[in-house]
Design a protein around this ligand. Structure first.
Ligand SMILES: Cc1cn([C@H]2C[C@H](O)[C@@H](COP(=O)(O)OP(=O)(O)OP(=O)(O)O)O2)c(=O)[nH]c1=O
Length: 694
């Protein structure tokens, strides 16, 4: 069994499947592979128009899914994987690419277009071998391929179609069907790898692994070998980049155009055959990144390695530079950035820009309008009004909120466009409004996870501060004096010791975030070894109550400023959990309560490094060996806008910043904490725990 010899090569390696597909997980698990699952955050929005053949889109998407995880893990998970596997499955018919249907009508459209026809299913696969070097630089070896399987559907009646669609099965599957389940009833024949249709071409994958681990001339443990051109039924073109002088990053790259498994390899009309690829050494290749395949001087076609010069490698060069140290990453010269930026905007032959080309930039430019529409609707209590009285029209809403009909109408329509409200035709086509699911769950005041407090804080405090962002960038300081006329070196003394209304509003904001994130943080790690915890800056106790709920043997002391503690019972008047107590104090001034576990949730990001070290020194002095620190923050990962924008937020509001997990680990190490682990909770916050060593 070709996989058996390969498995032994993979044992002891950290293999990561960058996929949320249960089918892919099952296929690889059943084949005996042991791996971790880290779903990719890559948004599958590559412009299909940039690709000459459908499978190239699948291969590029698979690459980007795998690359995103390979880059993120050192930050988010504090570990570099050895191998990351990404995959993308698409269905093509009549030259169109069918991905997962967006709704039932889309599924109907897809399945109707497949009825009675033979179509192709392509799965692109990317394998990234990560070689971490002693100086923590990471060499990536990129191998990708695709597999095509032909599938023929029977003629499908309308009843059959809708019965299948209403089963719900189509919704998370490319082409809107699952051949391995009910969808099998639609299929007359399959030519090629069945598992490839389900989502992962296992056999082709095994052959690639065999090439990498059993046939390469040098072990992958030492350096990146070029992948040999295989003479099996697949054609493969091996290319490698000359590592850029300052980076040790190397890429070898093979794209194999697979033919049907049991047939003689033969070029197909819509895909490059090996000879075609070799001969097109200067035509723009099919990837959205305009690769120019240049044959280097001494290599013969098909034998040697090809010099791959493209903004893809430049873009990955930017990324691997970030891996070293985000603070020091310097982007290469503008041309490659220019190329990287042009990826999303294509000039068509006649020079006009198509709407979808501008969507991304328009969304960014309009983002602030969407936020302000949400904040305004929340301030005007529109979500609470429509929760108690759904089905009001604009005039009725305007009357209740004492606003103009004209303005209320515009605001309501904007909220509908943002998915916050729903509308349906009333009398004389007069729209009637009600809360959408998002509003019901997060925007009404009495929702269990209401974010209304945080939204009020954003509208009243963050928004005015962000309007001075340019000054904050120029000066490197928060903008409280410009926005509120108050010079404050201590945000909390200022917030908590001025008007009661400001103090309460801020606490409501912190409370709403803690309510939404509390359970994820409280359950991120097994805390059964700890009996007492001290939640420093624990505010209303929202996290403390989640901790005692999740860990029956744990008692939690919330340690916060006197002005906060006196207000905390306002948030839990009926609370009778005697394992949560409140102690007033200032963690920079006063002695910390003794505890086995010290918790810092959204605290350290408020302070500059030097203040963080003062606090960690206090904790290290109070904590005996074996005690722990649990930090809950959004970890900078160079990928998601949320953490980067949060760091801007800290710039305008405080003297603090967001940090990477590895930065927190490094700061903790200086205070004799080690064995640091991080969990990405898929919520606003990630959690880091570290044990006192001495
Ligand atoms: C055609 C076909 C697709 N599929 C599934 C496989 C994939 O899960 C899905 C195609 O969508 P993909 O985007 O390839 O994968 P995914 O979104 O499920 O997971 P991820 O992106 O995180 O890797 O369709 C079937 O399960 N059966 C089928 O017959």
């Amino acid at each position: 069994m070709v996989l058996r010899p390969v498995i032994s090569k993979l044992l002891g390696k950290l293999v990561v499947l960058a996929s949320s597909s249960p089918r892919r997980l099952e296929i690889l698990h059943n084949a005996g592979l042991r791996f971790e699952v880290v779903p990719s955050w890559f948004k599958e929005t590559l412009d299909k128009g940039l690709f000459k053949a459908p499978y190239e889109y699948a291969v590029e998407t698979a690459k980007q899914k795998a690359l995103e995880v390979a880059r993120r893990m050192p930050f988010k998970h504090l570990k570099t994987p050895d191998i990351v596997i990404g995959a993308d499955t698409i269905v093509t018919v009549d030259g169109k690419i069918l991905e997962k249907p967006v709704d039932k009508d889309d599924a109907y459209r897809m399945l109707s277009s497949l009825s009675g026809k033979e179509h192709s299913v392509f799965t692109g696969v990317a394998i990234i071998l990560c070689h971490e070097k002693e100086n923590e630089e990471v060499d990536y070896q990129l191998i990708d391929f695709y597999e095509e399987t032909k599938v023929k559907f029977a003629d499908l009646s309308e009843d059959m179609l809708w019965e299948y669609i209403n089963s719900g099965e189509p919704m998370d599957k490319a082409g809107g069907y699952g051949i391995q389940a009910l969808g099998g009833m639609l299929v007359e024949y399959v030519h090629g790898d069945f598992l490839n249709v389900v989502g992962f071409p296992l056999n082709h994958f095994c052959k690639q692994l065999d090439l990498i681990y059993n046939q390469s001339t040098s072990s992958t443990d030492q350096e990146c070998p070029s992948v040999h051109v295989s003479n099996s039924s697949s054609h493969a073109t091996s290319t490698s980049t000359q590592p850029p002088p300052k980076m040790s990053t190397q890429f070898s790259h093979s794209t194999s155009s697979s033919t049907k498994r049991n047939s003689e390899p033969k070029p197909r009309p819509n895909s490059p055959s090996a000879s075609q690829t070799h001969h097109t050494n200067d035509s723009p290749s099919f990837s959205p990144v305009h690769k120019v395949m240049k044959k280097n001087s001494n290599s013969e076609v098909g034998e040697g390695s090809w010099m791959l010069v493209n903004s893809l490698s430049k873009r990955i060069e930017i990324q691997s530079a970030e891996l070293q140290d985000p603070e020091k990453a310097t982007l290469p010269s503008t041309p490659s950035r220019g190329q990287a930026i042009e990826l999303n905007v294509t000039e068509h032959e006649d020079g006009e820009l198509k709407k979808e080309d501008l969507e991304q930039i328009t969304e960014l430019m309009d983002g602030f309008k969407a936020s302000k529409a949400l904040f305004t609707a929340s301030e005007l209590c529109i979500f609470d009004l429509l929760q108690s009285r759904p089905g009001l029209d604009a005039a009725q809403v305007a009357k209740e909120i004492k606003a103009s009909v004209k303005g209320t109408e515009r605001l309501l329509e904007a909220c509908v466009s943002l998915g916050l409200l729903k509308s349906k035709d009333g009398m004389h086509h007069n729209p009637l409004y009600e809360n959408a699911d998002l509003a019901v769950r997060f925007l009404r005041s009495d929702a269990p996870f209401s974010l209304r407090g945080y939204i009020q804080h954003c509208n009243s405090t963050v928004w005015p501060l962000f309007s001075h962002l340019e000054s904050a960038v120029r000066e490197g300081t928060n903008q409280r004096e410009r926005a509120f006329g108050k010079k404050s070196d201590d945000v909390f003394q200022d917030t908590y010791y001025n008007s009661q209304e400001v103090k309460l509003r801020f606490m409501k904001a912190m409370h709403s975030i803690a309510k939404v994130t509390g359970k994820a943080v409280a359950t991120a790690f097994d805390l059964s070894n700890f009996k007492t915890a001290c939640d420093l800056g624990g505010c209303t106790g929202a996290l403390a109550y989640e901790l005692t709920k999740a860990h029956p043997g744990l008692s939690v002391t919330v340690f916060d400023l006197p002005a906060v503690v006196e207000m905390s019972e306002h948030f839990y008047p009926q609370q009778k959990d005697n394992r949560v107590s409140f102690v007033a104090g200032d963690f920079f001034q006063d002695e910390l309560p003794k505890a086995d576990l010290y918790i810092l949730a959204r605290v350290l990001h408020d302070w500059p490094d030097e203040k963080v070290h003062i606090l960690l020194t206090e904790i290290a002095d109070a904590a005996a060996p074996g005690c722990a620190v649990l930090i809950a923050e959004t970890m900078l990962d160079g990928q998601t806008p949320y953490s980067a924008l949060q760091s801007l937020n800290m710039l305008v509001q405080t003297e603090g910043r967001e940090r990477t997990a590895s930065k927190y680990a490094e700061m903790l190490r200086k205070h004799r904490f080690g064995k640091t682990h991080v969990v990405h909770t898929k919520n606003f916050l990630d959690a880091v725990i570290s044990i006192k060593i001495s």
